[in-house]
Design a protein. Sequence first.
Length: 318
Amino acid sequence: MMFDARERSGAALALGAVCLIGGSVAAASRLHGFPLIGGQAVRYAVATVFLLVWARRRKHTFVRPTRVQMVWIFLLAAMGMAGYGIVLVYATSMTSPGNVGVALGAAPLIIVLVQSILARTRPSRSLMGGSLCVACGSAVAQLSTSGAVQWSVQGLVWSCLALTGVCAITLLGAPPTKELGSLTVTTYACGLTSGMLFLIALILQAVTGTPVLRRPTAVEFSALAFLALGVTTVVFLMWYGAVERLDASRTGLFNGLVPLVSLLALSVTGTGSAAINQIAGATLVLFGVALGLVVKKRDTTTPGACAAEQVTDRSPRG
């Protein structure tokens, strides 16, 4: 079927978000020696300020969340933002970014399965097939030259935790976005995340003596700035904008491109190069995304479908 203008813009937003997310793996690997919790707290504090300024310029009116919506936003802040940011840094210190990418490549499949379970519906064949292609393609792209990925137990655990965080961003963020809009949800969640992380950092300092912050080096400052403005602020607005236009399942397919973009970023920085298996994996992932996006509209508007599948922006606009 032909995509309408809304769906095309959603795909463009998701693709743009993925390009920035792909660079976050390389940026996170630069922060292994920086106070982790405090650094992430600063990241989300800066993002919150930027979002508030942006909302003021747009004359955006924030809607007060209901109790149920605040539960969704709190879980998003704890698992999808604070949790994922911390886990990603640990994961890239425990194993190579390529191994982390294998786990992240399975995100589309998990998102589709969870959405189907919640909606009590069977996923369409094209969506399920596309998700499988994305997951398999991501894994193929991350194979070593010997044809196998060398996992450590710690690396596997942390990579799977990173996968959980990636899935949480879509699954937990979609329901409140339906009623509040992407800007409101992102701003509330970033503010909660920052406060949550600062509190944890202060507790750790009191118990273990771990410093909350220190003066960053030039490289660390650049990484924090990229994560705060590029990955946190812009990515979340673009990602939930895509969810509003496509739906959670089809937007989640673009997660499969994250490890491939990460490989490209590593190649650009001179720390890696594209191998035959990576090119083959990229081709399979692109095919999977295209296949999964070709979902008949009746499949995405089935009666009784999960709220996250029918996201629209109902936030007041100035």
